[in-house]
Every structure is written in structure tokens, then in C-alpha cells.
Design a protein around this ligand. Structure first.
Ligand code: SAM
Length: 196
């Protein structure tokens, strides 16, 4: 499978090793459940996985996909929480430290664009997760600068992450430089030290 041509595949590649040890895992944008399924397939059996979405239909689709695949995932279904709420309310649901989180931003392909992620909420949530991320924990963020709100989000995330203290985080930024400028891009953040 080609990995470098697809920011989601690349994000999965980067998260895979970390998932083996992760206890608390977040899918911040469940959508149709493909990322939740990937996380559940690669997590250890005792991990807890939380999938958020503001669209009830997305939560139902994700739940359905996970139930259909219950024999192909490492986690018992009761370790997966499907949360119909905005990821900015994460602290209402999770008090433990987080090991792995993924954001696959934007709107569902073919879905209502009204439900796209918004840069202020996304940044607020990323910051909340950075504060409770375990050392060696990872956040992967797949961004879509090809639509208006997605471009604002991409630019806001870039401004925010480039100034994160390097004693606390290592930040990677992936863009295909020989493709269209608007092609999906990937940001990943590894916590390497305390974040005061
Ligand atoms: C590109 S889709 C996610 C794709 C999904 N991960 C998958 O594998 O199918 C983006 C999703 O983010 C959701 N979303 C937008 N704002 C959100 C928020 N504040 N909190 C949680 N989900 C949100 C949308 O409803 C949409 O389903």
C-alpha cells in the first residue's frame, strides 16, 4: 500500500507502534469510524478508546462499523466509548492521561459541510490534550487545506504548533511538495517532556 501519498495512512503508520502500549486512546472526529476501527485493531486489549463526534449519525455509523468488526479488533466493545459531543468537552469524559489521539479534520465526504471542524474549537481541544498527554504520547492531525474552513484551520494549527516548546514537544509537519498545494497534510506531535 502507498503510504506517502495519503496523510491518513501515514498518520496510522506513525501511531501504530505507540498503540501497542497505549492505555487511553482518542478519536477526536469519529466520522464513519475508519480511524476508530484502525485504533481498535491496533490497541492492546486493556486499552480504553473514546470516539467523539458532534453528529449523531457519525456516532451511529462508527458504532455499527465497530460492532460489525468485533471479531477483528483487539478491544472488547465495552472498552470503546462512543460519545455524541464536541471533542472540546473531552475533560467531561476523560480524567486519565492520554497516550494517543487522532484528529481527522474537516467534514465527512458527501456529508453536510455545516458539520466541519472549526479552527478555534480544534485548537482549544489540541491544547487540552497536550496538557494531559503522557510523555511519549502522540497526537496526529490530518488537515484539509483544500476548502475554506480547512485552510483557516491548517494555518491556525501551523501557527500554534510551531511555537510549542521543544523541551516538551517534537512537532512534525508533512506536506507533499510535488502535489497540489491543497493536498491533505499531516501534523504529528510527540510529548517529550513536561509542559508547564
Ligand atoms: C473528516 S470527518 C472524520 C473521518 C473519520 N475519522 C473516519 O474515519 O471516517 C470529520 C468529522 O469531524 C466531526 N466534527 C466536526 N466538529 C467536531 C467537534 N467539534 N467534535 C467532534 N467531532 C467533530 C464531523 O461531524 C465529521 O464527522
Amino acid at each position: 500500500m502507498q503510504k506517502l501519498s495519503n496523510s491518513i495512512q501515514l498518520a496510522h503508520c506513525l501511531l501504530k507502534d505507540r498503540l501497542v502500549e497505549a492505555n487511553i486512546i482518542i478519536d477526536a472526529t469519529a466520522g464513519n469510524g475508519n480511524d476508530t476501527l484502525f485504533l481498535a485493531q491496533n490497541a492492546k486489549s486493556k486499552a480504553k478508546l473514546y470516539a467523539f463526534d458532534i453528529q449523531e449519525q457519525a456516532i451511529l455509523n462508527t458504532k455499527k462499523l465497530l460492532i460489525e468488526n468485533k471479531n477483528n479488533i483487539n478491544l472488547p466493545l465495552e472498552n470503546i466509548k462512543f460519545i455524541h459531543d464536541s471533542h472540546e468537552n473531552i475533560n467531561n469524559y476523560i480524567q486519565a492521561k492520554i497516550d494517543v489521539a487522532i484528529f481527522n479534520l474537516g467534514y465527512l465526504p458527501g456529508g453536510d459541510h455545516e458539520f466541519t471542524t472549526k479552527n478555534d474549537i480544534t485548537l482549544k481541544t489540541i491544547d487540552k490534550i497536550l496538557n494531559v498527554l503522557n510523555i511519549n504520547g502522540y497526537i496526529a492531525i490530518v488537515m484539509y487545506p483544500g476548502h475554506e474552513e480547512g485552510l483557516k484551520e491548517y494555518q491556525a494549527i501551523k501557527l500554534f504548533v510551531k511555537d510549542l516548546p521543544k523541551k516538551a514537544f517534537t512537532v512534525g509537519w508533512y506536506k507533499m511538495i510535488n502535489h497540489n498545494l491543497n493536498a491533505p497534510a499531516l501534523c504529528w506531535i510527540e510529548k517529550v517532556g513536561e509542559y508547564a
